[in-house]
Design a binder for this molecule. Structure first.
Ligand code: NAP
Ligand code: G4F
Length: 329
């Protein structure tokens, strides 16, 4: 039975990847950091099928101990400070987690067992002020946030450890991917949660920032499958994972409000508090390498994604589930 360690298992992608690997017969280890309140909402339904181990990307000894004690065959590094606006407020901490954390983990692998296969969660945010449309593996990076800068470091240190030490280290350059488990501060879930609240009479407006920004939005479960496929190849490599379609934040609003029979213009208010110091205006990925070499392709369209998220929010609110109201960016 292959064994995989997931850092960031409590996050959106970590929870989907754990379920995917369990379905493939893996023994799954999930690294969690100590918190005063348990935050296992996304993993509770399969928690008894995985082994949770305590560790932190800031603490190298914890990483080395986990590898020494549990001997995983594959390590998926999904942990990060992943919210772009926070990276301007906490740029040093973002660099510690999202950039140097990658080196701590790669070095732990090099020291304990260089045969471990490693996946790094790189990001389309690295393309930032895009130098080509669409973006592929050869497009130069021009990050526009401390988060993007940190991810560029994480990407190149992964390539460097592959080339310096022969590690089987892959970097997946994933474009935005969403779903009902997305954090409520990200724009897609902020919109669908507000649409559900407005539809149910619990709220009257939705305050957003830049409505013109365009993203290539896919469905998170499709994207974790690509991570696994990368580690099953004969050679390590880097891959762009994207749908190849781009939509604006306004189009996302049109689709989400329209789905429940409302006109977004009656509810959306632009608020300068949600504008960014530097914006990524347009992302659209070219995943032809992943299609050709991994046989990967997305299965959920933009319209289906919006509907899946709106339906999930409506259902959660109608069940009276605890869906906290978003009060910050
Ligand atoms: P997410 O929901 O924000 O999850 C982040 C995870 O990282 C959480 O489990 C969090 O744990 C953990 N974490 C944060 N700092 C840590 C630390 N110092 N030590 C250990 N764990 C730590 O992010 P996601 O959307 O699943 O994304 C997964 C990865 O893919 C991230 O690296 C993100 O930057 C990258 N990425 C995401 C997208 C996307 O569209 N979702 C696109 C490209 C790349 P807590 O629960 O304790 O906070
Ligand atoms: O949903 P977002 O916060 O995601 P963003 O910044 O694209 O980052 C996400 O995708 C990256 C991959 O490209 C990941 F690496 C990263 O970890 C994260 O998962 O914002 C999307 C767009 C931005 O242009 C933002 O300015 O939506 C715009 N936006 C407009 N109003 C807003 C809002 N974003 C947020 N979060 N909140 C708003 O009110």
């Amino acid at each position: 039975m292959p064994k995989a360690l997931i850092t960031g298992i409590t996050g959106q992608d970590g929870s989907h990847l754990a379920e995917f690997l369990l379905s493939k017969g893996y023994e799954v280890l999930g690294m969690v950091r100590r918190t005063s309140t348990i935050n296992f909402d996304r993993i509770r339904h399969f928690q008894d099928q995985v082994t949770l181990v305590q560790g932190d990307l800031l603490d190298q000894v914890s990483l080395i101990s986990i590898l020494e004690q549990h001997h995983p065959d594959e390590v998926y590094n999904l942990a990060a400070q992943s919210f772009v606006p926070t990276s301007w407020e906490q740029p040093v901490l973002t660099g510690e987690f999202t950039a140097l954390g990658v080196t701590r983990l790669l070095d732990a692998i090099r020291l304990v067992d260089p045969k471990i296969r490693f996946y790094q969660a790189s990001s389309s945010e690295m393309f930032g002020k895009v130098q080509a449309v669409p973006q592929n593996e050869k497009t130069p990076f021009y990050p526009r946030s401390p988060y993007g800068v940190a991810k560029v470091y994480g990407h190149w240190i992964t390539v460097n450890y592959r080339e310096s030490y022969g590690l089987f280290a892959c970097s997946g350059i994933l474009f935005n991917h969403e779903g009902p488990r997305r954090g409520l501060e990200f724009v897609t879930h902020k919109i669908t949660n507000a649409v559900a609240r407005i539809k149910l009479g619990m709220e009257r407006e939705l305050r957003l920032g830049n409505l013109d920004a365009r993203r290539d939005w896919g469905y998170a479960p499709d994207y974790v499958r690509a991570m696994w496929l990368m580690l099953q190849q004969p050679e390590p490599d880097d891959y762009v994972i994207a749908t190849g379609e781009t939509h604006s934040v306004q189009e996302f609003c049109e689709e989400a409000f329209g789905y429940v029979g409302l006109d977004w213009r009656d509810y959306v208010v632009q608020d300068p508090r949600f504008m960014r110091p530097a914006e990524v205006d347009l992302l659209v990925g070219d995943a032809s390498k992943a299609r050709a070499k991994l046989g990967w392709q997305p299965t959920v369209t933009f319209r289906e994604l919006v509907r899946i998220m709106v339906d999930a929010d409506l259902e959660a609110l109608q069940r009276n589930a605890h869906v906290p109201h978003i009060t910050y960016a």
